[in-house]
Ligand binder design. Structure first.
Ligand SMILES: NC(=O)c1ccc[n+]([C@@H]2O[C@H](COP(=O)([O-])OP(=O)(O)OC[C@H]3O[C@@H](n4cnc5c(N)ncnc54)[C@H](OP(=O)(O)O)[C@@H]3O)[C@@H](O)[C@H]2O)c1
Length: 261
């Protein structure tokens, strides 16, 4: 597929190319469907859930969109470079990178001994190092498209100390700051923003939260509801259709006072 700038004169995201990591997950799937519905060609990554990713790609194609599901273990720096080479060869452009994939495991904060070095490394490599490596590997393609975007999916646990584990909370705090650093590093052609969801109902990741953490999020949401996957997807769309926002983190959690900054 060889797209020209004339193709991109269309409104919406028609013919733009968006890479959504972790699209086999609940929130990534919603983001991919949303961007595809706006006309973007979507690249969907998964690490193990090949069938879910293939079904998502089929659904998008049947709805008239264009999707490519591709396996990526984003803990592997060489795999990230290889994927970006494939993107360059197949599409010759990249307009949107959504760093959505992440890994968590429920370890209550006081259980320090349960948070092993291996778990720490797996969380940090997946949730923080990989978004940097994906941005770095995609920088040439993204910078070649003025008005391109990176959106990082973080967590309210990266703002206030909570969520599934200390490692996860720390990884997301790092991702919030990586967003600001990349916004400076990749300007003016690439806007870099971040979404920090609180508890997102009906997701597998939310099910891995300790019960008291999940219920606490519901109780503290001043709007009386926490987020849904569609709320996150809509905010991604808002960021990628804006041309004057960069370096920002938007919390979507139903209004938890602890994450209001
Ligand atoms: N759900 C929530 O309540 C919540 C709250 C705050 C923030 N978030 C954030 O929202 C984002 C999406 O969460 P979700 O609820 O949709 O999670 P999810 O359903 O568990 O999906 C996680 C995705 O990440 C992929 N992944 C995991 N390890 C990977 C690796 N090593 N390499 C590449 N991909 C990998 C998974 O691939 P496979 O499916 O192939 O395993 C899956 O596609 C994450 O960044 C998460 O931290 C979620």
């Amino acid at each position: 597929m060889d797209l020209t700038n004339a193709d991109l004169a269309n409104t919406g995201l028609t013919k733009k190319v968006a890479l959504v990591t972790g699209a086999s997950g609940d929130i990534g799937g919603a983001i991919a469907r949303c961007l595809a519905a706006q006309g973007a060609n979507v690249i969907l990554t998964y690490v193990g859930a090949a069938e879910i990713a293939a079904q998502l790609a089929m659904d998008i194609e049947q709805a008239g969109g264009n999707a490519w599901a591709v396996q990526l273990d984003q803990r592997d720096p060489e795999a990230i470079e290889a994927l970006m080479d494939q993107v360059a060869a197949k599409y010759r452009r990249l307009d949107i990178l959504v760093n959505n994939a992440a890994w968590n495991i429920g370890i209550p904060f006081p259980n320090l001994d349960d948070l092993t070095a291996d778990i720490w490394d797996r969380v940090l490599e997946t949730n923080l190092r990989a978004p940097f490596l994906l941005a770095r590997a995609g920088a040439k393609l993204l910078k070649a498209q003025p008005g391109s975007h990176i959106v990082n999916i973080s967590s309210a646990g990266g703002i206030s100390p909570g969520s599934s584990s200390i490692a996860y909370s720390s990884s997301k705090a790092g991702l919030n700051h990586l967003t600001r650093c990349l916004a400076v590093a990749m300007a003016p052609n690439v806007a870099v923003n971040c979404i920090a969801p609180g508890l997102v109902e009906n997701t597998r990741m939310a099910q891995r939260l300790p019960d008291n953490v999940a219920q606490g999020a519901r109780n503290q949401a001043v709007l009386g509801r926490v987020g849904q996957a569609g709320d996150i997807a809509n905010q991604v769309l808002t960021f990628v259709t804006s041309s004057s926002i960069t370096g920002q983190t938007m919390v979507i959690d139903g209004g938890m006072p602890g994450a209001m900054r």
